[in-house]
Design a protein around this ligand. Structure first.
Ligand SMILES: Cc1cc2nc3c(=O)[nH]c(=O)nc-3n(C[C@H](O)[C@H](O)[C@H](O)COP(=O)(O)OP(=O)(O)OC[C@H]3O[C@@H](n4cnc5c(N)ncnc54)[C@H](O)[C@@H]3O)c2cc1C
Length: 596
């Protein structure tokens, strides 16, 4: 089995040459993040990922988390690894310095999140949820809640959870029934939540739950939801840990993958009621939760990238070792490793290029998040934020769907051994499968993209994006290089398709919302492939420009080759998706319910 090794060269290239690390570092408040520091952070993170987290991935999958008498027990080795993670300051990498964080840019955090997820997705989920809780508290928590909980979450001494789902309330949170009854300066919560990631464990002394619940006279639907902080252990007035709160994990799910990440059924208020504190305003819970969910959605997109990279590394190494057959056209002579066969190359190339495209897309978005937060010009902040809001559902949906496809291709590269647990290839497919489901399924991301992002601004943020991609097209054309012109032609066709599909969606969404929604996932995937192609084209431009003056020719030549492969072999999918969007999506509704 391959041990994960972070693709630092590509990460650094993407950060510096595509995501404008220099510009990010110059933003007010980012003064500490010097280029040397960023390089050192990546080096150290890659060591932790490959030396500590990666070796626990397979044993964690085999053993899984377990429910003991006193609560959930993490898989062997996880608690010690988590302690190392916390001691290294990794949890608070981009956290608010006022609460003990290091305040490093989102862009740097993104690279580390890719590494944690590639090394051990089950482990990485725990800090991912904590980050969401931190974000919700930072924006909406009272000074008292921030003082008592935020610093512990930032350092990672305590972990956070996100409690939305109930048996009857999954994608549709209007059906949430957990109740919160006022009780002096706090509330008492009663109800059951299901599928709660890292809802309980023995890696930290306390777990801080953020819970959606309904107050007694709250309006029906999502407008009656409020957000509460419910600690596993209550805190005394002097800040020390006190009594156990009335919340517990009653069972953990047996599931397809991420076995070492406990997926808990949580029970609130079996006795006197779980003590909870209101976060933000009553009945604004969903809006507050969205702060957390947007963060989490972006990070699940990165998770898809990480797990895809892991699947690729495993498949690449296997393809170099497995001897089978002779080179095309040779009936006799030495048998060769399967990497010599063109179809295996095709599979590896499609994995590698799409991963590079996902990485570039994800990191550029992370940089946009940094600019949206800290750029001195308000108009630029607004523009970047509009871009981020538009593309978060695309990053989440596209990267998580591609991760499944890439992990599946990884199995195919292994042949029969891919289907056998021993190689580890199947774990990546099992683990990746959840990313397109939690934090909103791909269908929900697509509905968000079309209904809440594209339609309300009449496609303005999308038009801005298209304009930027067209500028790259023009540069590719001006270059005079045949290679870049070929990439330009593919990009032009893809952007034309994006423009047509966008126009169709905008036109139809008001008139025939069902047709728009039936087309929405194809549209989301189309946008994702174009964004990937846009970044690969930018990479090709940088490489061609810098190739003659660079010592590192090999990396840049490789990049040109992967950019060309993406243009030739992946971008043509966009036109097929455009046709699916504009011509036939409404036929999804052609049969009656009985005809299925
Ligand atoms: C391993 C795991 C970990 C999880 N972790 C957490 C967690 O930490 N906290 C938490 O609160 N929840 C968590 N969840 C729950 C997860 O977020 C939900 O499973 C997910 O949102 C989908 O909800 P559902 O399972 O009820 O599916 P449903 O909502 O029943 O959806 C079923 C299908 O119908 C489609 N669908 C439903 N409504 C619509 C619609 N309006 N438009 C289009 N399509 C629609 C969906 O896309 C899906 O294909 C986790 C789930 C799992 C399996």
């Amino acid at each position: 089995m391959t041990t994960y090794s972070a693709p630092l060269r590509d990460m650094q290239f993407v950060m510096k040459d595509l995501a404008d690390l220099d510009g990010v570092i110059e933003l007010p408040g980012n003064e500490e993040a010097t280029p040397d520091l960023v390089d050192a952070v990546l080096e150290e993170a890659s060591k932790l990922a490959s030396e500590v987290l990666s070796p626990l991935n397979k044993p964690g999958d085999a053993q899984g988390a377990r429910l003991g008498d006193g609560g959930v027990l993490a898989a062997d080795g996880f608690a010690a690894a988590y302690q190392q993670f916390v001691n290294g300051g990794w949890n608070g990498l981009s956290g608010d310095p006022e609460y003990g964080g290091q305040g490093l840019p989102e862009l740097v955090l993104t690279a580390t999140i890719e590494m944690w997820n590639a090394a051990n997705m089950s482990f990485a989920l725990c800090p991912l949820l904590t980050a969401g809780a931190m974000e919700a508290l930072k924006h909406h928590g009272s000074p008292m809640l921030k003082k008592s909980y935020l610093a512990k979450l930032v350092t990672g001494e305590w972990t956070g959870t996100m409690n939305l789902t109930e048996p009857q309330a999954g994608s549709d949170l209007s059906a949430v029934r957990t109740s919160a009854v006022p009780h002096g300066d706090h509330y008492r919560l009663y109800g059951q939540k299901i599928f709660i990631t890292w809802g309980d464990h023995d890696m930290t002394e306390n777990v801080v739950h953020l819970v959606l619940a309904r107050t007694p006279d709250a309006p029906e639907g999502v407008r009656g939801l409020s957000l509460f902080l419910v600690p596993k252990i209550l805190i005394n007035a002097d800040g020390t840990l006190g009594e156990r709160n009335d919340v517990r994990c009653v069972s953990i799910e047996h599931k397809l993958g991420i076995h070492a990440s406990p997926t808990c059924v949580m029970s609130f208020g079996e006795q006197e009621g779980a003590v909870g504190f209101l976060v933000g305003e009553e009945n604004k819970g969903l809006a507050h939760m969205f702060t957390m969910m947007n963060e989490a959605r972006q990070k699940v997109g990165i998770q898809g990238l990480g797990i895809a990279e892991r699947a690729y590394q495993q498949a690449r190494d296997y393809a170099k070792e497995r001897i089978q057959g002779r080179p095309v056209g040779h009936k006799a002579g030495e048998r060769v490793a399967i990497i010599h066969h063109p179809d295996v190359r095709r599979m590896l190339m499609s994995m590698k290029t799409q991963i590079e495209a996902m990485r570039a897309f994800a990191y550029v978005m992370a940089a946009d998040m940094d600019f949206a937060r800290r750029h001195p010009d308000a108009a630029e902040r607004e523009r970047r934020q509009a871009r981020v809001s538009l593309l978060i559902p695309v990053l989440k949906g596209w990267c998580s769907e591609l991760a499944i496809e890439i992990a599946s291709t990884g199995i195919q590269v292994h042949g029969g051994m891919g289907y056998i647990e021993e190689t580890g290839a199947s774990q990546y497919l099992r683990d990746s499968r959840i990313a397109s489901i939690y934090e909103g399924t791909t269908g929900i991301q697509a509905a968000d993209l079309v209904g809440r992002k594209l339609a309300p601004d009449q496609g303005e943020a999308m038009t801005d994006l298209i304009r930027e991609i067209r500028a790259i097209e023009a540069k590719l054309g001006e270059s005079g290089h045949e290679e870049l012109k070929a990439i330009r032609d593919a990009l032009t066709a893809a952007v034309d398709a994006l423009q047509l599909a966008t126009r169709w969606v905008l036109e139809i969404v008001g008139r025939d919302p069902q047709a728009a929604m039936a087309a929405s996932v194809s549209y989301l995937m189309l946008v994702g492939y174009v964004c990937g192609g846009w970044q690969m084209a930018r990479a090709a431009l940088v490489c061609k420009r810098e190739l003659p003056s660079l010592e590192d020719h090999d990396f840049h030549r490789q990049k040109l080759a992967t950019a060309r492969f993406y243009a030739d072999q992946i971008l043509p999918k966009v036109d097929a998706l455009r046709k699916a969007v504009t011509s036939g999506a409404s036929t999804a509704m052609a049969l009656t319910e009985e005809q299925f």
